[in-house]
Design a binder for this molecule. Structure first.
Ligand code: CP
Length: 311
């Protein structure tokens, strides 16, 4: 089991817990490869996905993960619940817990909302993405994918290209990667870099550049971030076309990285903006592997939070 009842972020997660999730996900992936993808591990438990923001990957993969482990699933979205009538976050949580929820997966536009939820309910809480703060299970599935493909995380050079300022994915990846010994270069326009980059990640393992060639030089992994126009308060670059010209990744730019460098993206992609369509569809991209591994990693998280102590 994990050291805490909740999984709120990779900044606060111990290395032992990070490694436990990655090891458990290997066993979960083996279950997913069986002809009958079902085990009774979480029978009698209820998992609730409570999403105040849109999602395809996170929500679906958590719900699939719960069902493979035989848990019951309750699915609540802001648009189709009493939240739309003005019910508060607190009352929504307490009401759902009263129906028998054992673990909440929460996505919210406010940073810290899952932490507040964790203080209100005795059920486990998993952060499914909170504002511009963290997206820990995305970070975990990315770590798993890199380890699966390269056989290690220690010493791996990862270039994260794009809007790190608004990206909860970048934040979780920086913490997870640096805790497990990888080196991270954040690359993008200066207006899209976090102001306190020195305080991100383990000491000395994160650097920043606005030069794409410099960032890609010798990289094992090029992690492309989505341009999140919906979170930007002001125009942070002159035009999408100029952004694509300076920071968009295509096969030509990728030549700067190691010859076998892999391309990752958390999705959803803006094809032709941060990544070219031909690269996204090429065998250098492991974007669908990330999605597939998301189910195994989220199975591991649910198992360790809800069932690990019983089996
Ligand atoms: N990567 C990710 O969080 O995707 P969704 O928004 O579709 O869940």
């Amino acid at each position: 089991m994990l050291a805490t009842k909740d999984l709120l972020g990779l900044q606060t997660m111990s290395v032992a817990d990070l490694e436990r999730v990655l090891e458990t996900a290997v066993a979960m992936k083996e279950i997913l490869a069986r002809p009958l993808r079902k085990v009774p591990t979480l029978r009698g438990r209820t998992v609730c996905t409570l999403f105040y923001e849109a999602s395809t990957r996170t929500r679906t993969s958590f719900e699939t993960a719960a069902r493979v482990l035989s848990a019951d699933v309750t699915s609540i979205s802001a648009q189709s619940s009493s939240i739309i009538k003005g019910e508060s976050f607190k009352d929504t949580l307490l009401t759902l817990q009263a129906t028998g929820v054992d673990a909440f997966i929460i996505r919210h536009h406010m940073a810290g909302a899952p932490h507040y939820a964790a203080s209100l309910v005795s059920a486990g809480v998993v952060n499914g993405g909170d504002g511009m703060h963290e997206h820990p299970t995305q970070g975990l599935l990315d770590l798993f994918t890199i380890q699966e493909r390269l056989g290690r995380l220690e010493g791996v050079k990862v270039a994260i290209v794009g809007d790190s300022l608004h990206s909860r994915v970048a934040r979780s990846n920086v913490w997870g990667l640096t805790k497990l010994g990888a080196h991270v270069t954040l690359c993008g326009p200066p207006t899209m870099m976090p102001p306190a980059v020195q305080s991100l990640g383990e000491c000395g393992r994160v650097r920043v550049t606005s030069n794409l060639c410099d960032a890609l030089d010798g990289a094992d992994i090029v992690y492309v971030l989505r341009i999140q126009l919906e979170r930007q308060q002001a125009a942070l670059f002159p035009s999408v076309r100029e952004y694509a010209g300076l920071f968009g990744l295509n096969s030509d730019a990728l030549k700067r990285a190691k010859p076998d460098a892999l391309v990752m993206h958390p999705g959803p992609m803006n094809r032709g903006v941060e990544i070219s369509a031909e690269l996204a569809d090429s065998d250098r991209a492991v974007i669908l592997d990330q999605v597939q591994n998301g189910v195994a990693v989220r199975m591991a998280v649910l198992y360790l939070l809800l069932g690990g102590h019983e089996h």
